[in-house]
Ligand binder design. Structure first.
Ligand SMILES: C[S@@+](CC[C@H](N)C(=O)[O-])C[C@H]1O[C@@H](n2cnc3c(N)ncnc32)[C@H](O)[C@@H]1O
Length: 321
């Protein structure tokens, strides 16, 4: 199996390098608010001076990863965001095969803008997957509450304990069985004979081992300058999604916003072909270095019964114990 990593802007790369009806599925974790990955804000994050990124204080000598604050987005930012996802939906609609699925991570505050963009682009909404994950977002007392003891028991919004993944599909060509025959797309791979893929993803945090792999993959010369990608997703989750994304366990998965390469590593571990695109030079180099090592991490997904099927064609699965 093979993967290709491309350093560039996904909109241009997809238009210039890939024919229509090419990819079988998209599994991606995009810039949720778009502005957090503009050059200016990425530079601020790397220099630890904030901007859209909240840089949490160190706790017991442990550095916590920066979090983007989407509450700072104004009306103009939100219009730009919706336009970004409309444009993304349009390019994905032409590059996906009919019936191809899009799994796209989002956030409670902004997912309706992604949906509006994708709906306008002609993709079909299928579900919202709930990934259980305990974050440090929300749950704070109102600003200035220390001057108001009577407001001690109030928080301004819920503490966020789940992450939405929107599920979209390019419209079919005929009925599902015909679409599966002609394009190998249209359905979702079951977890087992008894259990279909479900929309509740029971999942925890990104394991430390994976964060360390990505930190080590940073191209900086000295270890002190190396940072993991702030949005690294766990291999367990990404393998669950990539597994569900190819109903017949064949085809190519696209991640247009590759970051440090979690989707590509998951596809590689499962024995699927994939293409990943990343705009930022540093993150691109991190993905190049991290993917082979992330692909070797063990997760419970490979123990599922139908992996025997892939094993026949895939040398990489021989690596799993
Ligand atoms: C949320 S992160 C993905 C992190 C990834 N899930 C991981 O595990 O490392 C989104 C990535 O998209 C990249 N990006 C933003 N705009 C892009 C564009 N137009 N084309 C390609 N990549 C882009 C950002 O640099 C960022 O690394």
């Amino acid at each position: 199996m093979s993967y290709e990593l491309i350093n560039g802007n996904c909109f241009e790369v997809l238009e210039e390098r890939f024919p229509d009806n090419h990819f079988h599925a998209v599994v991606t974790d995009p810039p949720y608010g778009v502005i957090e990955f503009t050059e200016k804000n990425v530079e601020k994050m790397r220099n630890g001076v904030g901007g859209v990124w909240r840089i949490p204080a160190e706790l017991d000598g442990n550095k916590r990863k920066p979090l983007p604050r989407f509450t700072v987005l104004d009306e103009e930012d939100k219009e730009m965001l919706e336009e970004f996802f409309r444009k993304l939906g349009t390019v994905l609609e032409s590059k996906l095969r009919p019936g191809g699925y899009v799994f796209i991570a989002s956030t409670q505050l902004l997912m309706h803008h992604v949906s509006n963009g994708f709906d306008t682009a002609g993709l079909e909404r299928r579900d919202v997957l709930v990934r259980e994950t305990k974050t440090l977002r929300g749950g704070d007392r109102p600003k200035g509450a220390h001057d108001h003891p009577e407001f001690r028991d109030v928080s301004s919004m819920p503490r966020v304990y789940w992450e939405p993944w929107l599920l979209y599909r390019k419209p079919f060509d005929g009925r599902l069985v015909e679409n599966l025959e002609r394009w190998q797309t249209g359905g979702l791979r079951r977890e087992s004979d008894e259990r279909p893929f479900t929309d509740l993803l029971e999942d925890g945090k990104t394991p430390k081992q994976e964060t360390e792999i990505v930190r080590d993959a940073h191209p900086a010369e000295t270890p002190d300058e190396r940072e993991a990608h702030p949005n690294l997703k766990p291999q367990y989750l990404m393998r669950e999604l990539c597994h569900a994304a190819l109903p017949l366990q064949e085809g190519t998965i696209l991640d247009p916003f590759v970051g440090s390469g979690a989707t590509i590593a998951a596809s590689e571990a499962l024995g699927y072909d994939s293409v990943g695109i990343e705009l930022d030079d540093t993150f691109y180099q991190m993905a190049e270095n991290a993917v082979p090592r992330l692909a070797e991490v063990d997760t419970p997904v490979e123990d599922r019964a139908d992996f025997e099927h892939v094993e026949k064609d895939s040398a990489s699965l021989a690596d799993f114990g």
